[in-house]
Design a protein around this ligand. Structure first.
Ligand code: PLP
Length: 373
């Protein structure tokens, strides 16, 4: 089996004993949970963030005997799950008086948070400056520039290197007047977005009948926020961390060591080399390591069998959801999210030559390869 799954109850306390649990405090800018767009005028672009549909995947549900349901996060106005974090980071800075009219928002991002921030900055009158590793897709850089952000692609170096994209973003903001570094990795306004919106939405949309959620993590905001909210409603709901190859979080959870698993991953925006403040204290029950061959296969199944054109982290999330469903047994409801659209990855995940170069073309069922350019 290409997928590694481990239940680690004995290691939960080992990993988390020194970290206090996240407490839920409500901010004044909760977006609420019920959306009825047919008879409501939404409040500008910010009002369109969140309240995404929760959708049952028919084939995979049938195969597992469970309901596998996905939050369609690619339907957010900036096209990804990161719009929620972007909105909360900006509003948090406004509320704390750190960002004044006409100011500049600076962030280090793999791209999606930047795209979310660029939309929100345009709608609220701020400038946006983005530092991102030069390993990310060209489509995301192009999108950021079209949106009016100033983009600095910088060499991809580890977090402990002063030239890591996050440190460069902080230095840039520190050197300007009326500028903030939103610091998505360690600013917990990020996970608050998911405590106050994504978590309650999942609870309401399933009428509380959710058995497990599973998310891959970049900052950890989605997993920690949704997990914290759902555990506050029902502590039996399983919260599962899904990790790509080459990230440290799977071993952190299973062995208590911040050590990378073998290999590297083609996924963007997920996988970590450290424990972010957003992830600290997250109530995690299990962890799953998903290999690129598995997630690429699933991403193409999602396209050809379920109809969803999405990026690789969505393929990873759904691979994990299926594994969780199989472990729980039939009759359960497992929720995850489709993080962003496949349109951000034409030159990579949906490019035959690139897949061949990465040794991943064979992972895609032959009948699904014909449309690749
Ligand atoms: C495509 C994609 N999927 C998943 C994630 C992970 O979300 P989080 O940062 O909330 O862990 C990100 C984060 O940037 C992302 O860009």
């Amino acid at each position: 089996m290409m997928l590694s799954f481990r239940r680690c109850t004995s290691l939960v306390s080992h990993s988390l004993s020194s970290i206090s649990a996240i407490t839920i405090t409500s901010s004044s800018f909760s977006t609420g949970t019920s959306r009825n767009t047919s008879n409501t005028i939404l409040d500008g672009l910010s009002g369109t963030v969140g309240r995404t549909p929760l959708i049952k995947l028919h084939k995979l549900s049938e195969e597992t005997g469970c309901t596998i349901a996905v939050k369609a996060e690619y339907l957010n106005p900036g096209g990804s799950v990161k719009d929620r974090a972007a909105l909360f980071l900006v509003k948090d800075a406004e509320e704390r008086g750190l960002l004044k009219p006409g100011g500049t928002v600076v962030e280090g991002t793999a791209g999606n948070t930047g795209i979310g921030l660029a939309h929100i900055c345009n709608s609220r009158g701020y400038k946006c400056v983005i530092f991102m590793p030069d390993t990310q897709s060209k489509e995301k850089i192009d999108a950021l520039r079209v949106l009016g952000a100033e983009v600095f692609p910088v060499p991809a170096v580890p977090f402990d290197n002063p030239n890591n994209y996050n440190h460069q973003a902080k230095r840039y903001a520190d050197g300007m007047d009326n500028a903030i570094w939103t610091n998505q990795f360690d600013n917990t306004a990020n996970r608050r977005a998911h405590i106050e919106t994504t978590g309650p939405e999942i609870w309401e949309q399933t009428n509380g009948a959710v058995s497990a959620v599973t998310f891959s993590t970049g900052t950890g905001g989605t997993l920690a926020g949704v997990g914290t909210y759902l555990k506050s409603k029902n502590n039996d709901i399983k919260v599962v961390l899904a990790d790509p190859q080459g990230s440290v979080l799977y071993k952190w959870f299973t062995e208590g060591a911040l050590e990378r698993t073998d290999g590297s991953s083609i996924t963007e925006g997920i996988g970590q080399g450290r424990l972010t403040d957003n992830l600290k204290g997250a109530p995690i029950d299990w962890s799953i390591l998903v290999k690129d061959t598995e997630l690429v296969k699933m991403t193409f199944r999602l396209l050809h069998e379920e109809g969803f054109f999405v990026g690789a982290s969505s393929g990873l999330n759904v691979t994990a959801a299926v594994e969780v469903a199989k472990t729980l047994g039939s009759g359960h409801t497992v929720v995850t999210c489709l993080c962003d659209s496949g349109q951000r990855y034409y030159g990579r995940l949906y490019n035959k030559e690139w897949l061949k170069e990465k040794g991943l073309l064979e992972a895609i069922p032959e009948k699904y390869r014909s449309g690749l350019h």
